[in-house]
Design a binder for this molecule. Sequence first.
Ligand SMILES: *[C@@H]1O[C@H](CO)[C@@H](O)[C@H](O)[C@H]1NC(C)=O
Ligand SMILES: *[C@@H]1O[C@H](CO)[C@@H](O)[C@H](O)[C@H]1NC(C)=O
Ligand SMILES: *[C@@H]1O[C@H](CO)[C@@H](O)[C@H](O)[C@H]1NC(C)=O
Ligand SMILES: *[C@@H]1O[C@H](CO)[C@@H](O)[C@H](O)[C@H]1NC(C)=O
Ligand SMILES: *[C@@H]1O[C@H](CO)[C@@H](O)[C@H](O)[C@H]1NC(C)=O
Length: 630
Amino acid sequence: MVTFVACVSLHHLGASAVSVADIQGASFQSPLVGQTVRDVTGVVTAKDRYGFWIAGEPSEDVRVSTGLRIYSSAAAHKVAIGDLISLDGRVAEYRAKNSPNDLTLTEIDLVHVVSVLSHNHDISPIVLGKDRTPPTGKLSSVDAGRDGWLSLPNNVTLLEEGNTTLQPDSYGLDFWESLEGQVVTIPNPMAVNFPDRFGSFWVHGDWFVTGKNERGGITLTFDKSGVPNAHPEAIFVGHPLDGTRNPKPFMGAALSNITGVVTYQFGFFYILPLTAPTIVSVPETSALPASARSSSAPCLITIGDYNVENMSPRSQHIPAIAKHITDFLHTPDMLFVQEIQDDSGVRNDGVVSANRTLAALAQAIKGASGVHYDFADVDPEDNMDGGQPGGNIRVAYLWRPEKVSLVAGHRRGSATQATEIVRDGKGELTLSLNPGRIDPTNIAWDETRKPIAAAWQTTSGERFFTVNVHFRSKRDSSSPQGNARPPVNGHSEERRLQMDVTANFVESILVKDANASVVVAGDFNEFVQTRSVFESLQGLLFEPDVNFVPPEERYTYVYDQHAQAIDHMFVSPAILARGAAIEHVHINTWAPTARSRASDHDPTVAQLWVCDSQEIDSVLPLEIDEQIML
Ligand SMILES: *[C@@H]1O[C@H](CO)[C@@H](O)[C@H](O)[C@H]1NC(C)=O
Ligand SMILES: *[C@@H]1O[C@H](CO)[C@@H](O)[C@H](O)[C@H]1NC(C)=O
Ligand SMILES: *[C@@H]1O[C@H](CO)[C@@H](O)[C@H](O)[C@H]1NC(C)=O
Ligand SMILES: *[C@@H]1O[C@H](CO)[C@@H](O)[C@H](O)[C@H]1NC(C)=O
Ligand SMILES: *[C@@H]1O[C@H](CO)[C@@H](O)[C@H](O)[C@H]1NC(C)=O
């Protein structure tokens, strides 16, 4: 029962009054949680169906928010924006029941007296980037460890158990918590991703951001001290409070200024706009094709790598992928693809062969480009490798037979057979099963795609080795803005083990020939900034793009606010020494809508010299020079 009092009564001036700042305090949780408070005064700044927000007296202490959520739909009906009110109620820390990892939201519930004291007060939003600026770098002081928020092990500390005093100038969660319930303006917001399925989207405003790429997105990079950026300077924009509909922005779309209240919901800090912004401008340029092209030099190989997202023979997106391979990747000499489904797609019918899927892709590429590809894969055991049930996704190779071929003499492996490096009759290195899976019964590959290794031959007769991977996904990760610190990076332990097994295999080649040309590429479902996952590659394999592409432009995927590279190509020291170039083609991350993408990943193209021969001096520098001018 809520009582409404029309005018100021004497007890509002009593000594027991508690300010909004007293309720918010300088830590994540209210020092007054559970207590009934009286005569809390403030100006109504925003309303929704379930309640409203008030602004109390300003505070000198930047750690202390002077905004507050009032949870009472009954009370909301009786107040108007701009009213100065006074109320009694209980201080609560709200967390949705089914979201135990969420941080809590400080609010007043059990509101029992609301008095409207006067009307038409001004509301002055805090201008972000001017009055208060989000920190860059870290989300939380408790994300200790070399890799910051990406450090392993995960969930070592629960943020709220520490009752730490906020450090808003240093840590992102502390910053947004210090504004919880306040009205803020984001000047000149720029979207960094497509909206999520609820229409919410991430932006940064007109303030310093780290890892800004040329498109306007923010790329996961290392900060000055060598710790991965968590990008606390970006903020989620939720549903407008007045019921208007958000636009559907994308990376680099500029929006009109957003004014709204800071809240915490669904595991993240959000700004709920008072009204929907509009898109005011969009990037003028579209994605550029790769510069590398297939050449006549037998040893200079172009490799395309593309996660083609759940492709079956009947997939609508086959023509779009074929067109990307033709126009943007320039029909590379070899293709490493991931997420090839079996011939019956998601029908869960025991079919595991993907010959029809691969033939459909090869046919579509031939139709678009005239270029013929051969293909090979290894069929998995039914429903043992994760992904959509019945789909049996796997990795596969396609190649141009006029340029390379599988080394002959050994049959293709089965789902459970491990291929190994061996010498053939002439003493040359090859694989016992070609192509074949790497240690497929190792527990590291439980419920996930097994890598396929292959031994190849150039038309000049030299050999090189490849491994095509699709590591376990980040499913079951916890929110980076949740209680578990560092946040749970789903299945990172499995990916670390998968990397170890892959590294062991590569090492087995390199101990036999330190100069071997080895390429490991695919969807690793992990950023190189999570260094502990990639540790076993140290000294064995290297990223060829290090000197050519600025770190901000290295991304193949966008998730939350981060443009990120989770698809990689690593090469052996011999390849690196000969000079190698790699490009990400932002054909999907730059799409105007999420639905118009052909895949959720961008493809990659590399140009590598795969032979230990002298010819290199005459051909390579020329071709690579073009590449690095990009
Ligand atoms: C948290 O710390 C503040 C002082 O920084 C104190 O006032 C408050 O009571 C503490 N809360 C809990 C739950 O311990
Ligand atoms: C983090 O660990 C605690 C136990 O300390 C557990 O209760 C909680 O569910 C874990 N959080 C996540 C997100 O896994
Ligand atoms: C957006 O906010 C900035 C900074 O407060 C201001 O300079 C600019 O005029 C605003 N733009 C619009 C369209 O209101
Ligand atoms: C798929 O094609 C390969 C040759 O590329 C062949 O060995 C295999 O038997 C085929 N599988 C089916 C089910 O047709
Ligand atoms: C590796 O290649 C380098 C340069 O081509 C050569 O000097 C060296 O002898 C080779 N090492 C082996 C083990 O083949």
